[in-house]
Structures are given as structure tokens and as C-alpha cells.
Write a protein of this length. Structure first.
Length: 214
């Protein structure tokens, strides 16, 4: 039976909830057929988040890791394509940390590509009637930090592990007083299940354009 580790984040930036944790837990509670899944909550803290991720990977020995974060303001589920070796925080993390222009891994490569077939995953989510796209940047805050750390772990220590990062929109309950895009966390959870199932069954990506002009 394939093993999948989903991770979500605790709330950050003064928010009360983070739908990435809701969605990750829902996806793990009802995983795709033939999959054993677990969800782990990561602190929204530079450094500690990666320590927690590494411990969870060692403990659960997954075949696939899907790290999930909230990208407030985005209208759809986004499959992150590239992790960069850069921490540059525009807000403080949950321990007050605010690194500026520091590498995630000193001496590491500038960037890693996702280990997921991101376009095939986008196509699978869309086919289920949910909005999705490829994102060319996961930012330079804690989500990119975790994404880069995950890909570095895979590249340097666990070559048979597959993994990547998915950003999800706000849940509607977070934006009742703001004109902001949102997607119910249970829909994001369904997208995560589809992404896991797709990533477990194919390594070749789909040949469709998901590029950006600028
Ligand atoms: N989103 C933030 C960090 C935690 C989260 O859910 C980010 O995109 O970096």
C-alpha cells in the first residue's frame, strides 16, 4: 500500500486558522483508494518547520510527501513548480523570525523543480471540476522554505521519495468581510487527494502549456 504524508501549516500572520491544515487532515482522513495517509502539522517558523518535516518523513517513511500551504488571494489550487534557495520574509514568522536574503541551505543549488508531475496534477484537479493551475513561484516565506528543504532532502538523502508543494486559497469563512477569492477547504482536500493519486500513478508530466508570459 502506498504511503502518503500530507503536511499543513499552523495559522500565521495573526490569522485564526490556516485551511492548509484543514485540507491536509481531511485528505489524510479519507485518502485515495489503496493509499495509507497521515497528516502532520508544521509550525510556521523558519528552521523549525523543516526540523518537523524531516522528523515526520523519518517516522512515517512515505512514498510521497505533499506539503500544503495557504496562498491567500490566489483563486485556485496551485501546484508549485520551483523552490528557490532563498529566505526573504516580508512578515515575521510565528517565532518572530524575519530572515532577509539568507539561503535555505547554505551552499545548496539555487533552485529545485517539484518532484510532482505538476501539469498532470493540474489536469486531474480540473477534470474533477475544481480550479487549479501551475505556479512559477512559492514566494520566499516559510512555504518556499519547506518546499526547498523537502526537495533538498530528496536530492541528497532520499532519492526514491517523491514530493512537492501545493498552495491553496483562503477558505470562504476567512473572507466573509473581504472581496477575496476563496475555495472551501473540503474542495481543496479533494484536490489534494486527486494530486496524490496522480503523483502516485505517473512520473511523466503532461505536455500542456502552463507557462506564464511574465
Ligand atoms: N502559507 C505561508 C506560510 C504558511 C502558509 O500556509 C507561505 O505561503 O509561505
Amino acid at each position: 500500500m502506498a504511503r502518503v504524508l500530507f503536511t499543513g501549516f499552523e495559522p500565521f500572520g495573526g490569522a485564526a486558522v490556516n485551511p492548509s491544515w484543514t485540507a491536509a487532515s481531511l485528505a489524510a482522513a479519507e485518502p485515495p483508494p489503496g493509499v495509507r495517509a497521515e497528516a502532520v502539522l508544521l509550525p510556521c517558523v523558519f528552521g523549525d518547520s523543516l526540523t518537523a518535516l524531516r522528523a515526520a518523513v523519518r517516522r512515517t517513511e512515505p512514498d510521497l510527501v505533499l506539503c500544503v500551504g495557504q496562498a491567500g488571494g490566489r483563486p485556485d489550487v496551485t501546484l508549485e513548480r520551483i523552490a528557490v534557495n532563498l529566505d526573504d520574509a516580508s512578515i515575521a514568522d510565528n517565532s518572530g523570525g524575519r530572515p532577509v536574503d539568507e539561503p535555505v541551505v547554505p551552499g545548496g543549488p539555487a533552485a529545485y523543480f517539484s518532484g510532482l508531475p505538476v501539469k498532470a496534477c493540474v489536469a486531474a484537479v480540473r477534470a474533477a471540476g475544481l480550479p487549479a493551475s501551475v505556479s512559477q513561484t512559492a514566494g520566499t516565506f516559510v512555504c518556499n522554505h519547506v518546499f526547498y528543504g523537502l526537495m533538498h532532502l530528496i536530492a541528497t538523502e532520499l532519492p526514491s521519495l517523491r514530493g512537492g508543494f501545493v498552495h491553496i486559497p483562503f477558505d470562504p469563512a476567512q473572507v466573509t468581510d473581504r472581496a477575496q477569492p476563496s475555495l472551501p477547504a473540503r474542495c481543496s482536500a479533494e484536490a489534494l487527494r486527486l494530486i496524490a493519486a496522480t503523483a502516485l500513478t505517473r512520473t511523466e508530466d503532461a505536455r500542456i502549456s502552463e507557462g506564464a508570459v511574465c
